[in-house]
Design a protein around this ligand. Structure first.
Ligand code: SF4
Ligand code: SF4
Length: 482
């Protein structure tokens, strides 16, 4: 029986409820009156506390996703843009993945790191190699990393992950520093989540891959990840272990996208119902080509149009949740979805173990790559590209460092207060980037952007302080935040 408050996977991600939802959505996909009502419910409203959004239930959002009337799709896109503008403005947070190890005991059929793949060399970074990788990432200008590792209790035990996090935070190279380490490792125990929390991680990210249990078991035929319930209940254990910010995601292309979409929103509703706070982020990866992996064998792959619609509908349904897109997607696709709700993107990424140190911007090692990187531009190119479109690339990590995580972050965010911090923080961290890492062309574009955007800081005291901080950054000071 469906129960969002239950701690049992089969009850909070109830197959029956998803199938009923899909039937309801199909029946109502041309019900204009209902669709208008749903869009009206989701629209931002001015309240005494600022701008607020009600969000949508998985049923309501599924009706939007099922609706194939072009005029209504346009309305969804424009609402998604409005919500994005209200809570995220034109800021895009930047991050990079750091692959620690590709040893893995699982058998995920869509991932080249599956243990039966004998073609791929296995590699695990030593602490010295991590120092070299992180130094290279700092030299690019990154401040926020997502660490990735396969599941292997012998080669990648939790002690190894903790040691790596400690090493990453300890590296101070020139003006560089990694200020937030997000962690994407296999589902684990409450005790291990507590250790990760104590190590100072930012978000714990775990992709569900697919919410369809039968498909899940087929796609993960062996290894600990085969256990659907253990995997699906991981976020509850993470929160029980004290991790406030968790990141959900499904790998689109593995099962029916409408099923995944409903499951993803039910998971978000479950976290809110049980822990009082929804997911911090949602990632929207799609299956990609890699060693031993042909994405064409997955017959549920989705095209760019549907992908954009999924992103817009997620933005409308969970307005306060950050949305992440990686370099799996090419420039054209990233361009389209940025306006529809994406709030974080990776730049200059390498998806191999040891892919940064010792390689120039145009060189990339492919031997241990997890997937093909479609967007191969350098961070400097991505930063300039964003600014040319009037987005502000932000290297901000302030909330995490000010302890604004979990429900503290969400309650600020829900009344639109977070914008009093985000905008000046974005400009100050961008100024740091321009001073320390940007090419002359990028720096010129960035200086002009900051000069324009500082006038959008409406609070006069904040504006005055931000202007003083920007000046101080030009004179060599670093690490200011609101
Ligand atoms: S997806 Fe993760 S768990 Fe699965 S094979 Fe790849 S690295 Fe291992
Ligand atoms: S102030 Fe907080 S929410 Fe805003 S960009 Fe920085 S870390 Fe993110």
């Amino acid at each position: 029986m469906y129960n969002p408050k239950s701690l049992k996977a089969e009850e909070f991600i109830s197959d029956e409820e998803i199938l009923d939802t899909l039937e309801y959505a199909e029946k109502n996909k041309h019900n204009m009156e209902l669709i208008e009502q749903i869009l009206e419910k989701a629209a931002p409203k001015k309240t005494g506390r600022g701008v607020e959004c009600a969000g949508l239930s998985h049923r309501e959002a599924s009706v939007l996703l099922a609706c194939d009337i072009p005029e209504m799709t346009e309305k969804m896109y424009s609402l998604a843009r409005e919500i994005k503008e209200a809570f995220y403005g034109n800021r895009i947070v930047m991050f990079a993945p750091l692959y620690l190890s590709n040893y893995c005991v699982n058998q995920c059929v869509y991932c080249p790191y599956h243990y039966q793949n004998r073609e791929i060399p296995r590699k695990k970074l030593t602490q010295e190699e991590i120092i070299a990788e992180v130094t290279a990432l700092q030299d690019m200008g990154h401040k926020r990393l997502a660490i990735e590792a396969g599941e292997d209790p012998v080669n990648n035990p939790i002690e190894y992950i903790l040691e790596c996090i400690n090493t990453i935070y300890s590296i101070k190279h020139k003006n560089g520093a990694i200020r937030r380490v997000n962690v994407n490792i296999a589902a684990t125990t409450i005790e291990n989540y507590r250790k990760l929390k104590d190590a100072g991680i930012g978000t714990y990210i775990l992709f569900q891959e697919t919410y369809h249990k039968e498909s899940y078991e087929k796609l993960h035929p062996s290894g600990p990840k085969h256990n659907y319930d253990y995997h699906t209940e991981a976020m509850d254990r993470a929160m029980e272990g004290g991790i406030d910010d968790v990141g959900l995601g499904v790998l689109f292309g593995l099962d029916m996208y409408k099923y995944e979409f409903a499951g993803l929103l039910m998971h978000a509703e479950h976290l809110e119902a049980v822990h009082g706070v929804g997911p911090h982020t949602i990632s929207v990866p799609r299956v990609k080509r890699a060693s031993d992996i042909d994405p064409n064998v997955f017959d549920n792959s989705i095209d760019d149009e549907i992908f954009a619609k999924i992103i817009a509908c997620i933005r409308i349904a969970v307005p306060y949740t950050g949305m992440i897109i990686s370099t799996r997607e090419n420039e054209t696709c990233r361009n389209k979805v940025l306006g529809l709700g994406i709030s974080q993107i990776s730049g200059g990424s390498r998806t191999s173990v040891g892919g940064y140190a010792g390689y120039s911007d145009n060189e990339r090692p492919h031997d241990t790559e997890q997937f093909d990187v479609s967007d191969q531009r350098s961070l400097d190119e991505v930063v300039k590209w964003l600014m040319d479109m009037d987005y502000i690339p932000s290297f901000c990590t302030a909330c995490y460092r000010e302890g604004r995580t979990g429900d503290r972050f969400m309650s600020l965010c829900k009344v639109g207060q977070i914008q009093n911090c985000c905008h000046p923080n974005a400009l100050m961290t961008l100024q740091e980037y321009l001073e320390d890492y940007a090419s002359p062309e990028t720096k010129a574009v960035g200086e002009a952007l900051i000069a324009r955007e500082i006038h959008n800081v409406t609070n006069p005291k904040v504006k005055e302080k931000a202007l003083a901080n920007l000046e101080a950054i030009k004179n060599g000071s670093r690490d200011f935040r609101f």
